[in-house]
Design a protein around this ligand. Structure first.
Ligand code: HEC
Ligand code: HEC
Ligand code: HEC
Length: 121
């Protein structure tokens, strides 16, 4: 009897702390993309966006193949945001599209030492 009730208490404590944990996790917050959809379904992009970029980088740089569907320039054009003066906020600036999730998940990318983080025009 004693064992059963302490087990029950332990279970309740576990469930309560789970609920508290879930409520406390802050989600990354980033600007919405332009248009109504991405270059692939959103769930695919969320999971695999870097596969498209890496694959294309290999194809582009090493084999000279170029397609525009997964172009990095395209990502920037749709995912860049503006400040209150209407100037571009680089996608890798704090809290911006590419950086917000990466900071959250401790991912570091070096892409923008070579590639522009704002649109050309
Ligand atoms: C050392 C410089 C350098 C770094 C760092 C770099 N790239 Fe590139 N990237 C290039 C060059 C040069 C090209 C070829 C550009 C061309 O021919 O148009 C290229 C092309 C690309 C392309 C195809 C062209 C386009 O605009 O879509 C993609 C995609 C790409 N890189 C993604 C990445 C990603 C993602 C990263 C970071 C993980 C990265 N690159 C880091 C130099 C770099
Ligand atoms: C034509 C505009 C456009 C282009 C180009 C584009 N995106 Fe998107 N992207 C969007 C929109 C709009 C959404 C949100 C769609 C939704 O809410 O379902 C989105 C969603 C995403 C998401 C998921 C975000 C989330 O909240 O889960 C990622 C990651 C992403 N895009 C990365 C990229 C990358 C990387 C590229 C370049 C290869 C790219 N996008 C190119 C418009 C674009
Ligand atoms: C919805 C959140 C989210 C958004 C938005 C997002 N990323 Fe990511 N990105 C991730 C996560 C999580 C990983 C690590 C995935 C893994 O390692 O399994 C990652 C990994 C990457 C990698 C591979 C890094 C490596 O070291 O292998 C590249 C390149 C990348 N992202 C580019 C971008 C670019 C460019 C944008 C903006 C156009 C962007 N991401 C927007 C969540 C996001």
């Amino acid at each position: 009897m004693i064992r059963f009730s302490s087990l029950l208490v332990a279970l309740i404590v576990c469930l309560l702390s789970l609920a508290v944990l879930q409520a406390d996790i802050p989600r990354p917050d980033y600007p919405a993309g332009r248009g109504d959809k991405c270059v692939e379904p959103t769930e695919v992009m969320k999971r695999d966006h870097f596969q498209f970029l890496k694959h294309q980088r290999d194809d582009t740089v090493h084999r000279g193949i170029r397609t525009s569907k997964h172009s990095l320039v395209g990502c920037i054009e749709c995912h860049v945001a503006y400040d209150s003066d209407g100037s571009y906020l680089p996608v890798n600036a704090e809290g911006q599209f590419c950086s917000s999730c990466h900071e959250y998940s401790a991912v570091k990318i070096d892409c923008f030492t070579c590639h522009a983080a704002v649109p050309d025009t």
